[in-house]
Design a binder for this molecule. Structure first.
Ligand code: DAH
Length: 320
């Protein structure tokens, strides 16, 4: 406390003896005496308040609002050598995105809450068709749907890139994103996973080009040449629909025997193009979608998909 404040507080105390004298003052002068004392007391109190506020103001240092910790405190040392690391799925997602970018695709991220139109109607699922039930979706109380696949973005991407077609260019977009399924969870099924969708539309594209793009993608991803195969599939949003398989990559210990189903694909159904305002008589497209978790499992030789969402540090530390 400053000397000045201490002095004032002493004066304040001194007033007490004056107050004690009030009773001895003749009645006629008592009121004036009391009034004068009160005024003196108030004056001292005001001075003290003023000085104390000035002292506080002098003590305030400017705050660095960009400081990563409490203002003006030294950054605390971490108490552990256990620094965090990148989640392996994020690394895988980056690898996938980079390959598509190098192949000339634009990247559009999917959303984590969608609606009935994008999940089903825009993808040519007939109303009340059992195919809707094939996708075990979650729903919010308001009726929104955490998307069960990245195909929910097809309608948006087609609409947003339609101008490419008008300018004589193709639409070539890859859509990575997080998807959700109301699954019974086991070693190969998770309720939350990542997918990447591919959408390509031009005046003259065909299935042969799609297979070429997909082979190129997987060969770049696994860093080796690969044999590919297709088998018939069913998706309401493609016609024809295919499942795309690759031979077991050597880089992950495959002995060349056996095929791995990597994704669903096909020629985009004319109704899907129409619903995005693209004339299916003039333009054709193909699309595909597959899991990123599956790719990461193959790369690292993991046998249980549940590790990714488990938050187990012992697992995550393996990827530092
Ligand atoms: N969305 C499908 C799924 O998750 C996969 C798929 C199939 C995507 C065919 C496509 C496609 O774009 O054309 O099961």
């Amino acid at each position: 406390m400053s000397v000045k404040i201490e002095e004032l507080k002493k004066q304040l105390k001194g007033l007490n003896s004056d107050y004690a004298k009030i009773k001895d003052v003749p009645a006629a002068k008592r009121a004036a005496f009391g009034k004068e004392l009160n005024a003196k007391k108030q004056q001292i109190l005001d001075q003290i308040t003023k000085l104390e506020q000035a002292a506080l103001d002098a003590d305030v240092k400017p705050i660095d609002i960009t400081a990563p910790t409490a203002p003006n405190q030294p950054i605390p040392q971490l108490m552990t050598s256990d620094h965090g690391s990148r989640h392996p799925l994020m690394t895988e997602l980056d690898r996938v995105i980079e390959i598509y970018q190098l192949m000339g695709f634009d990247i559009v991220e999917s959303r984590q809450l969608d609606d009935e139109f994008h999940m089903f109607d825009s993808l040519n699922f007939p109303k009340d068709h059992p195919a809707r039930g094939d996708y075990d979706t979650f729903r919010t109380e308001e009726g929104f749907i955490p998307p069960a696949h990245t195909s929910t973005m097809q309608n948006r991407v087609l609409k947003a890139y339609k101008h490419n077609l008008e300018q004589g260019k193709a639409i070539a977009v890859a859509v990575p994103g997080r998807v959700f399924r109301n699954e019974d969870i086991d070693a190969t099924h998770e309720h939350t996973l990542y997918q990447c969708e591919g959408v390509y539309v031009s005046t003259d594209c065909n299935l042969g080009q799609m297979l070429g793009i997909l082979r190129e993608f997987f060969e770049r991803y696994f860093g080796q040449t690969l044999k590919i195969r297709t088998q018939p599939g069913f998706f309401p949003f493609t016609e024809p629909s295919l499942e795309f398989l690759i031979e077991k990559p050597k880089s992950i210990g495959g002995k060349g025997a056996g095929w791995l189903e990597m994704l669903g694909c096909g020629m985009i159904h004319p109704n899907v193009l129409k619903m995005a305002g693209i004339d299916p008589e003039k333009y054709h497209g193909f699309a595909w979608g597959g899991g990123i978790d599956r790719l990461a499992m193959l790369r690292y030789g993991l046998s249980d998909i549940r590790y990714f969402e488990s938050g187990k540090l012992r697992f995550l530390k393996e990827f530092k």
